[in-house]
Design a binder for this molecule. Structure first.
Ligand code: ISL
Length: 563
């Protein structure tokens, strides 16, 4: 297998608004991050992915960009950015920037020009259509609720916005749009950044003719998935981007790709002909949606481990030959994994470590989302007034006001699935605002910061933080963790997820109990466990214990080297 530094790296995602506030305005900022660089070095990560820091009116917390070559006022200045980049590089940490180019803000100069008149030179930078019979051009729904079209008074035409009304979609079929984006990318790369995380990059080519979506629910607007994801010219555009920009630098790229199958994953990441280095797939993130849900992700159920094994094993297998996986359980859009897939009460520490072991021992590049390394949990907000996220606020309004749901039924949905679970301030210490700010935080801190915080964990060798440090260290010391082949064991066991990783003569055995019960692990035939060496575990383990048969403890995780 082809070696690469980005395959051997561990990435840490920073959501700047919620990471560290240096000036007391309650919003995290670049100087706040600069103050925490030694923390990142202590953790041991190789790359930082910075969620958007560009100029933005913050309708979607920076994913609505009004100037790609300027810094958001609340976050600081370009001089602060340059200092951050230099401070990371001085510590041997690379910087991955968020590239949000499916859409801009409606306050971007291109859109301001575009909406002014039908013959503006920027008109075709966006997707404009006349209405149909006095209504929207088609039945597409936005991912954030309502129609994906907004009528604009200046010309009476509609523009497409797959996300909020303040996030108009760019028209990638226009070569001038693509050239403007490539030139902006070169500008950042020439500054010395080390790559891009590309926001919903598989949405950039829409189906010609923009046909109506099939009617799948009673809702007024329908999910346009098949006409917007993986469109006919996606590979052409990304191939061009690779040729024009990416291939000219020693960098890496990860594309966010909701709805991607492993076939898409291979064509996008294959080492020889794929335009990107890896993608974020979502299949494992969709496993806790109740089947037949009419309200998407809000209708949740507990994850079935057999589904997780099936999905992850397929990605491991299908991308092993020339593709590459990114590995994640958390990001700024997802609830906290320890609450979602583990147990955030009785076994919080154990289950956070179990999930970490899983994340770091598959084939691929692991991504840690800020606070995950502390085992931060979902937030128990008691009222809709505590939420800030546009997706959650829109969903609440739609479900309660338009579809007649009882608010008492909707709040538990938000508690389980709201993106704000990931966006409460980073828990640095036990003080009033968790050490995040001296002012009033833009979103409330999780009350459990008094016990779950970095200050406590940095001095505790048994902490979740210390365990992440050890996993990162193990990856550096054992190439089998990066490059070894993955083989699933016990495919039908509903409680234990076990697999081997094999590279040449070296073989690891990973044993993970995903439950609060005490299932029996029996070593499958064909494995030689005569001389096992324990690499890491989340409970004390007797070094002389035979591993032919083990009664596992709740959420127990062990990694052995068999040979
Ligand atoms: O968050 C989601 C589900 O709750 C996803 O559907 C999410 O909207 C999708 O993954 C796209 O996410 C990205 O683009 C959005 C932005 O709001 C997200 O924060 C970003 O990660 C629009 O730019």
């Amino acid at each position: 297998m082809q070696k690469a530094w980005w395959k051997e790296s561990v990435v840490y995602q920073i959501y700047p608004r919620s990471f560290a506030d240096s000036d007391g305005d309650g919003v995290g900022d670049l100087r706040g991050i600069i103050g925490k660089l030694d923390y990142l070095k202590t953790l041991g990560v190789d790359v930082v992915w910075l969620s958007p820091v560009y100029k933005s009116p913050n309708d979607d917390n920076g994913y609505d960009i009004s100037d790609y070559q300027d810094i958001m006022t609340e976050f600081g200045t370009m001089a602060d950015f340059d200092e951050l980049l230099a401070g990371l590089h001085a510590r041997g940490i690379r910087l991955l920037m968020d590239l949000v180019v499916n859409h801009t803000s409606d306050e971007h100069a291109w859109f301001v020009e575009s909406r002014a008149s039908q013959d503006s030179p920027y008109r075709d930078f966006y997707i404009w259509r006349p209405g149909k019979d006095g209504a929207e051009p088609n039945n597409w729904g936005s991912f954030f609720g309502g129609s994906a079209w907004q009528r604009d008074d200046a010309t009476g035409e509609y523009f497409l916005h797959l996300f909020s009304t303040k996030q108009p979609d760019l028209n990638w079929d226009n070569p001038a749009v693509r050239e403007a984006i490539y030139s902006m990318m070169r500008w950042w790369l020439d500054k010395g950044i080390d790559g891009f995380r590309m926001d919903v990059i598989n949405l950039i080519s829409k189906a010609p003719g923009l046909p109506d979506a099939p009617v799948q629910s009673a809702a007024r607007y329908q999910f346009p998935g098949e006409f917007v994801f993986h469109g006919p010219r996606l590979l052409e555009y990304l191939g061009e981007m690779k040729r024009e920009v990416l291939s000219k630098y020693d960098i890496f790229s990860v594309g966010e790709a909701p709805t991607a199958t492993t076939e898409h994953g291979i064509e996008l990441t294959h080492g020889e002909h794929g335009p990107l280095n890896m993608v974020f797939q979502f299949e494992h993130m969709d496993l806790d949606i109740a089947s037949g849900s009419q309200i998407g992700k809000w209708d949740f159920k507990r994850l079935d481990l057999l589904d997780l094994k099936r999905v992850m094993s397929r990605w491991q297998r299908d991308l092993a030959d020339g593709g590459w996986n990114s590995l994640y359980l958390a990001n700024h859009d997802q609830p906290r994994p320890v609450s979602r897939f583990g147990d955030d009460t009785t076994y919080r520490v154990e289950s956070a470590k179990l999930l970490a072991t899983f994340l770091h021992t598959l084939q691929g590049t692991p991504y840690i989302y800020q606070g995950e390394e502390l085992g931060m949990t979902n937030v128990p907000f008691a009222s809709i007034d505590d939420y800030r996220d546009i997706e959650s606020l829109n969903a609440y309004r739609e479900l309660v006001n338009e579809r007649g749901y009882d608010p008492a039924a909707v709040l538990p949905m938000l508690h389980a699935k709201s993106r704000d679970n990931a966006r409460t301030p980073m828990q640095w210490d036990a003080s009033a605002s968790a050490g995040f700010t001296t002012g009033t935080p833009w979103i409330a801190v999780n009350p459990n910061h008094t016990t779950i915080n970095a200050a406590q964990q940095l001095s505790d060798p048994g902490s979740v933080f210390a365990y992440y440090q050890e996993l990162i260290r193990l990856r550096k010391a054992n190439p089998v963790i990066v490059y070894g082949a993955y083989d699933l064991l016990l495919p039908d066991d509903p409680a234990i997820y076990a697999y081997t990783r094999t590279l040449g003569e070296t073989q690891l055995l990973v044993i993970l109990n995903f439950t609060a019960e005490a299932p029996e692990f029996a070593l499958p035939a064909g494995l030689d466990a005569s001389n096992p060496a324990l690499l890491i575990s989340n409970y004390p383990v007797d070094a002389n214990e035979l591993i032919a048969q083990i009664t596992l403890r709740p959420y127990e995780a062990r990694v052995y080297r068999l040979r």
